[in-house]
Design a protein around this ligand. Structure first.
Ligand code: THU
Length: 154
């Protein structure tokens, strides 16, 4: 039997939760749904989805929504990994366009959780059909990050 890395299983579970969250995307303007799911130290999962606004610039990304939810539960320091999935919203769900990566602002917001928890985060970027899942670390996606540590916080 082929060996399955436990971490990949965790990634797949996160991506499943992210896909589920993306079903609730409020994205009538871009028609692009994004789901994110955070894994916490105790194994619990916090989902998020993008939340757009008629005043376009006020739109919130899925990752940021999930991180703010973790913070509201007092768990910002406990985030260890995130799964992200997205695609144009079609009649039967997200249309697969390959894996999507967190935007620059979300990388910075993820870094807040990473530095407050004093750990690098694992980031799983997946395609909407589940056929591709890429494992990265936040330090790869946001090298030389500026964060709370630079302000003596954390
Ligand atoms: N979006 C996210 O939710 N996360 C990202 O990392 C990239 C972009 C959302 C914002 C907007 O609602 C839609 O995708 C199209 O940009």
């Amino acid at each position: 039997m082929a060996e399955v890395a436990l971490e990949d299983v965790a990634g797949r579970v996160l991506v499943e939760h992210a896909l589920e969250a993306a079903r609730n995307a409020h994205a009538p303007y871009s028609k692009f749904g994004v789901g994110a799911a955070l894994l916490l130290t105790d194994g619990s999962i916090i989902p998020g989805t993008n939340f757009e606004n008629a005043s376009y610039g006020l739109s919130l990304c899925a990752e940021t929504v999930a991180l703010a939810t973790a913070n509201a539960a007092g768990r910002l320091r406990d985030v260890v990994a995130v799964g992200i999935v997205g695609g144009s919203i079609g009649p039967a769900g997200l249309i697969d366009q390959g894996p999507i990566y967190p935007c620059g602002r979300c990388r910075q917001v993820l870094n807040e959780a990473a530095q407050m928890g004093d750990r690098d985060l694992v980031i799983y970027c997946a395609s909407a059909d589940g056929s591709v899942m890429r494992r990265h670390t936040l330090s790869e996606l946001l090298p030389h990050a500026f964060g709370p540590g630079d302000l003596g916080i954390g």
